[in-house]
Design a protein. Sequence first.
Length: 349
Amino acid sequence: MRTFARPEPDSDRQIAALDSLFEIAGLVRQPRSKAAVGTRRKRRETQEKSDLTRIAPEPQMAANGVRWLPVLAWEELDWLWHGFSTRQGGRSRAYCPEDGQSELNLGFTAEDEREIVIGNRRLLAEGVTGNAATPLAAIRQIHSAHVVRASAVPDKPPKADGQMTDVPGLLLAVQTADCIPVLVADRRRRVVAAFHAGWRGTVKRIVEAGVGRMRLEFGSRPADLVAAIGPGVGACCYAVGEEVLSEFESQFTYASDLFCEVDDADAVRRKYPMLFLTQRAPGHSPIGPSLHLDLTEANRRQLMAAGVRARAIQMVGGCTSCQPEMFFSHRAQQGRTGRMMSVIGIRPA
């Protein structure tokens, strides 16, 4: 009787092909099972939300009323413009209470008027540089690792998540409302860059790619770079799913250092857990510790992986979700919110 070998499933062939590629590259694939994930998560120490919060410093107020966060360690760099905006100051009323102060929305959102946003951008430029007419170059952010070189304000913002320049008098900007803004400056060659790093951009190594582009385009040496990581959603508030953990583990050997368990249940839930029981399958109930990601630390690690010295990296602090009176937050405000800007530029001689 003639027998036939069972056809190899497509998934097995694909895995075998990947193993061959790994072998050629001198690497070994480390399979990851759901059971292994569960074991690893059980070993994580559950942390309190309050222990993970990085409080922002008191913002600086410009003469025009705009409140923004400088990098104190960069004050000695008198050739450098820089700052992280807050929501305080400005002329927008789209996201503030009826009896509240007008705000500094810097994004062209559906709820706000374009002319007001343009006026707010001029106010920010004036607050940081002293001149409202300072050209401010923005980009159309797409959660990528694409970095462009800027020499002037374009008619149409390019699709990218980072930009760099050596042109004096130009203010580079990235917009955020939870994602992590990263500013980088080359002290020797006087080159600056700004990066927007959400979790997708972080997985795609936007900051590492950006530092690499600075080296390629301008000859910047990592030893000459200083960097500042601005306000974004903190590990205290950034609950994510297993799919995000899987994405990070596929890219970074230190991925497990970026995640922790956080007990963010409120006091009533802790005292009366029976009131919150559901019929959902185990693993799908919101009760219990959740997995949180530290995006700020993830980008700090990328800067160091790119060669930037740890002592040259400044952590400005501030959780956009924890401090809604100071920052816009896409998560805390359920998507209906304004945008902040992080800016950097070279002061003309």
